[in-house]
Write a protein of this length. Structure first.
Length: 247
């Protein structure tokens, strides 16, 4: 069994440093790796990235992250990613990593994702160049995510995104903003590989549990949804949902 701790939308700044750390220090007792589903910072500045590195760096378990829309706000995503990488945090964007855990290989393929909406209510690549660029961004991201998932050789495969791949985990958000919270194309990418679990954030007022059309369990791990430092999920197990931790 592989135990994955997951959270998203931690929005770290200097006033957040120290808030998560007590629970993070307990990770080796409850999980084998920590996955963070984007919005690591509030405004995507290098200073905030340094706070994120202080809070989530140098843990006793591997930490894998994707960026979120907040992390792009200051157009410093490359510098932000470098700060996190220097702190030993693995940053994914259209690629994957494989972690050796308990004699098993955990594969994580990650991408920020983008919007566009879901079946029956989605944008299409037609008309103005702005609309084609919007949808084209999602298509390109989904294609990279799918390729990363399909090319990762492992015993258990996880898709990590910020934007949602299914509408079920958005329930609680206004229907009008669903197209800006995720895309069915991410779900198609996830279903194109033997993915065991998909994790995302972004939808602070959404719901935790959903499933892709292909049957992959999807979990919205935004901090505002799970209401604790992290949830723990189990792979290579009969039940993906572990008991909630007191974190």
């Amino acid at each position: 069994m592989i135990r994955i701790a997951a959270v998203g939308d931690v929005h770290v700044d200097k006033d957040v440093v120290g808030r998560y750390r007590p629970a993070l220090e307990q990770l080796p007792d409850v999980a084998d790796a920590l996955l963070i589903a984007g919005d690591l910072t509030r405004h995507g500045t290098v200073d905030e990235a340094k706070c994120m590195a202080t809070e989530f760096g140098n843990l006793a378990v591997p930490v894998v992250v994707v960026l979120g829309n907040h992390d792009h706000q200051s157009d410093q995503e490359a510098e932000l990613s470098q700060v996190l990488t220097d702190a030993g945090i693995i940053v994914l964007e259209g690629d994957s990593t494989v972690l050796e855990i308990n004699g098993h290989r955990l594969g994580v393929a990650g991408a920020k994702g983008f919007g566009g909406g879901f079946a029956g209510a989605c944008a299409s690549s037609f008309g103005e160049r702005e609309m084609k660029a919007f949808v084209g961004t999602t298509e390109a991201v989904a294609e990279k995510l799918g390729a990363a998932l399909r090319s990762t050789e492992c015993d258990a495969l996880v898709a990590l995104t910020h934007y949602a791949p299914v509408p079920e985990t958005l329930v609680g958000e206004p229907l009008e903003i669903y197209p800006f919270l995720g895309s069915y194309l991410l779900g198609q990418a996830i279903d194109s590989a033997p993915t065991a679990l998909a994790l995302h954030g972004h939808a602070h007022h959404g719901s935790e549990r959903g499933r892709t059309p292909g049957g992959v369990p999807v979990r919205n791990v935004a901090h505002a949804v799970i209401k604790q430092a992290y949830n723990v999920y189990q792979l290579l197990s009969d039940n993906v949902d572990a008991e909630l931790v007191s974190a």
